[in-house]
Design a protein around this ligand. Sequence first.
Ligand code: GLA
Length: 343
Amino acid sequence: MADSVVAFAPGRANLIGEHTDYNDGLALPFAIEAGVTVTALARQGSELVVRALDEEHSFPLAAIGSGPTGGWRDFVRGTLAELADGGHSPPPAQVAIDGTVPRGAGLGSSAALGVALFLGLLALSGAPEPDRVELARLCSRVENHWVGARTGLLDQLASLLGERDTALRIDFRTLDVRAVPLELGGWRLVSVDSGEQRALAGAGYNRRREECETARERLGLHSLRDADRERAAALPDPLERRVRHVIEENERVDAAVRALERADLQELGRLLDASHASLRDLYDASTPAVERTVIALKEAGAAGARMMGGGFGGHVIALLPPEVEAPEEALELRPAQGARLTR
Ligand code: GLA
């Protein structure tokens, strides 16, 4: 067992491929510089004392309890439970959680918290780190079962596997991950807050998942990855539109990879716009505040702009040509290294 550890996990941006991960589809995310740091120091006693968001809470290591109660504590209880399931027990410790990634923004703040906690507590218990794809699965179990958000693996994989100057083409059917160099020349990717926070455990995200599930069952498929336009066209509204989004968004991911390979950033911008239109019109995942933000970025000269992450609020990602100035409040998104122990 270690006496002290510091674990850092980044948030993520998603260039393209939204609401595809839980449909066995494709996405092209990257880890960003902002993230969550977990500092843990072994102490006497029988509890984990955790401080986050100016709140301190003690978790008895012997009795974890069950079910979500809301807030960051669920991540701690879920992580402890998953660790116990895997036969690991972290020692009593004093833990501090600090973050630089905006919360509820569609920048993977929940996954960054989950990954940093898992990595930190696992290291504190002295266990070797499992395979990172396996670790992503464990973290997403915490989110699904303990936090109540039925999210896929996009955020966790990006946070764990991120590399500098690189986007990751992830195939969620095979969990095959391919590094795609993100060479932007003088162009920049920025993220702008729509001013509307959203919660992943909220109704919209989980409802979309259910709709995809219903569509999949009606089509008699193992996953929507296998859906085709002709058969999907027979589904009632809104299921037909949801499936069409998934089919076309998967195609856009590979089109974006090809555009990056030939350094065609105008085309990448066009694909971001098309992704946004689809998320707005076919997936109904945009909001008036997000629309205003997208329109303002386009009017300011962005080559492409779209809602990012689960939607229903949060941040907008935009691709800016060299001559276009970033809005003052924009956060520049640079592909960064994935999660790591820093001590
Ligand atoms: C959230 C979820 C991801 C993914 C995106 C939408 O970020 O955590 O699993 O489903 O929404 O692409």
